[in-house]
Design a protein around this ligand. Sequence first.
Ligand SMILES: [Zn+2]
Length: 298
Amino acid sequence: MQRAFKVLSFLLVTKNTSSLLSRYSSTMHSNIITKEFGRQFKVQVLPALSDNFMYLLIDKTTGEAAIVDPVAPNTVWEAVKRENVKLTTILTTHHHWDHAGGNKELIDGNVGDPLTVIGGDDRIDGLTKMIDTSGTDLKIGLLDVKCLRTPCHTTGHVCYYVSTDEGSVVFTGDTLFVGGCGRFFEGNAQQMYEALIEILSKLPENTAVFCGHEYSIQNLKFGLHVEPTNEDLLSLLKTVEVKRQAKEPCVPSTIGMEKLVNPFMRVGIASVQNATKTPGNSIETMRILRELKNDFKG
Ligand SMILES: [Zn+2]
């Protein structure tokens, strides 16, 4: 991530940004995959930078599409062309450069109707619709998208929840990862508790989780450090290691799976509270877990 930051900083001050970004994204960390959700919609997983994910959300009925965190615009346009869809919307989870840093180039390279740029932070490039109330509803074609404010990693972080009768998905940015959560850069343990336990854990168990980074192996190894005998964790780590060898992305997870394997989603459970020596205090468990993870070398 540090190295990726240096590479991108270099690219951003270089005149030929787009061609360099394209060359950079050709060495993708994962394969592009598509997840179908019945006849109603699909999500194409687009890897970017060293471990980021962008997501093309497609309403199959109307052919309208939204892109989540388009940091590598050329990869996005290639996908839009390949899928023959009309891109109308950018869904930005948060303002960090590796999520919102492609907004301007995407807007500038767009020849159709102006893109709607959604987000919860006025530091987001090109923002046209500010989400300042959690639960705000949007439409992408016929799809209902609910914007869930989850401040902590950044104060303006938003997750996007899409629910249909053929399946539901949530784009969690740097709030919830497979097996982990984002750093508390602009918030505290109380806020991450609210985001993970009071908001995301309450979504239906089969909700597919599409997160902002491929950090699965490191996260699951940390999980095993906290809960060495968690059988679900042990078996998921095996699956994930096989997937990563084949460059398969580890998304999507599900909310139900995260409740079984992710220590940050399990702060109310005795085995996690015992490991952090914080019995009966889930918020303190969250705080200590994050500190342990920050120092964890795996
Ligand atoms: Zn971030």
